[in-house]
Each structure stands twice: as C-alpha cells, then as structure tokens.
Design a protein around this ligand. Sequence first.
Ligand code: PGA
Length: 256
Amino acid sequence: MTHRRKLIAGNWKMNKTAADGAALVTELVGTIGKITDVDVVVCPPFTALESVARAIDGSTVKLGAQNLHPESSGAFTGEISAPMLRALFATHVIVGHSERRSLFAETDAFINLKVLAALKNQLRPILCVVESLAEREAGATLKVVQTQLEAGLQGVSKEQMANLVIAYEPVWAIGTGKVATTDQAQEVHAFIRGLLTKLFTEPVAQRVRILYGGSMKPANAPELLAQKDIDGGLIGGASLEARSFVELVNAASAAK
Ligand code: PGA
C-alpha cells in the first residue's frame, strides 16, 4: 500500500488579525516548525497571509488561503486571485468549504473553476466535499459526495491529482462538537478513494490525501487518524490555539 504522509491543515475562518495570526504561528513554529513527518498547513484570513508568511519563513509550516476567485484579475470587487496568493507565498488553498457552499451559494461548477485555477497557478487545492444532516439521515451521503467530487474534479488530469487534497466534511459535525464516528468517517473516505480509482487510476487514488473535517480535536484525533483512509484533518476550532493544534500535529505524527 502506498504510504501517504499525514496532513494537518488549520482553517482559521474569519478569525485573527494580522498581528494575532503572526503571534499564533510564531508559537507553532517554535514547537512544530521542524517537524518533517507530517505536512502542516495554516490557512489564515487573507489579511493575515503576509504576516503569517513572514512568521513561518524557514520552517516546515506551509501557508494556505481559504478561498480564491477563478479569474487571475479583473472587475471582481472584493475577490482575490491565485496569482495574488502565490505572490504572498501561499502554497495551498481551500476550495468549496461547506460555509462557502451554504452561506455564499457556491455551486459545484464554480468550485470546479476554482480548482482548475488553483492548479494552473501551482496552488494545491484542498477540495471540500460536504454532507448535511438531512442528507445523512436520508441515506444520500455517498450520492452527494459522488456528485460533488465528480463535478469538482472535471477537467483535472491524473498528473494534477498529485497536487490535490480532498477534505470530507459532515456539516453537522462542524463547530458543533459532534463528530462523525470513526466508522462513518472511514466509510466515506474509502468510498471517495474507490471513486478516485474509477475516475483516475488505482495508483492515483492511493496517492491522494483525504482529510476529515468536523470537530477534530486532540481527544478524537488518534482514533480518526488511525483509520486506513483518513490521511489528516481540516481543523477549524482546534486550530485557533497553539496547544490544541500542536497536539493534533503530534497525533498525526504518532499515527503514521
Ligand atoms: P471545526 O471546523 O473543526 O471547527 O468543526 C472544521 C471545518 O470547518 O473544516
């Protein structure tokens, strides 16, 4: 079986000023800045990208953005493009987060354009596929995940898949303290990997990292990260404090 290095990505959402963000990552870098067996990415708000980039310089911590616009430039008031993110040394970008889908009405087609724009500009997309409580209760989980994945990955080549990360987010577990059971999470992750085998090839599917996102915390991380197809976490709440985030990175390191 292909060995996949674990990835822990912190999504700060709309939290932290430029100064607060720099202070947080300075603390992180002091503790985990030399860790090499886990990939660590922090995704601050746009306004903190520059100060955080400076604070992580020389460490193994990588910088991600939370969103991008598919176009490179133009009349798109309030938007930020992939080349702009690259100029701030971002290497990753979250695409299609559940909050972007539900609060900002992002469609699968628009999300797909963002994925393609990120890849074209050497940014690694973290493509989120999400599931609501109603969908889970209706037994529609795998179907909605499949639809989002197929639409989001339209036009992505096998080679480009090496630079793409997928995150599975049960919306009912985000910021709620509820967590999908490890079996529920593993089932969906395995389904996603199976789908990637069909859409691409077995070796491609074996290489792609699939993160779990939804109230991952130091207490539940070891069990989740021990699952065969769970390759890391997209962390909201627990990424806002150095202590809990460091514990998650350590859990990923122990689980490898
Ligand atoms: P949470 O957020 O860890 O606060 O539940 C996860 C996410 O939004 O991806």
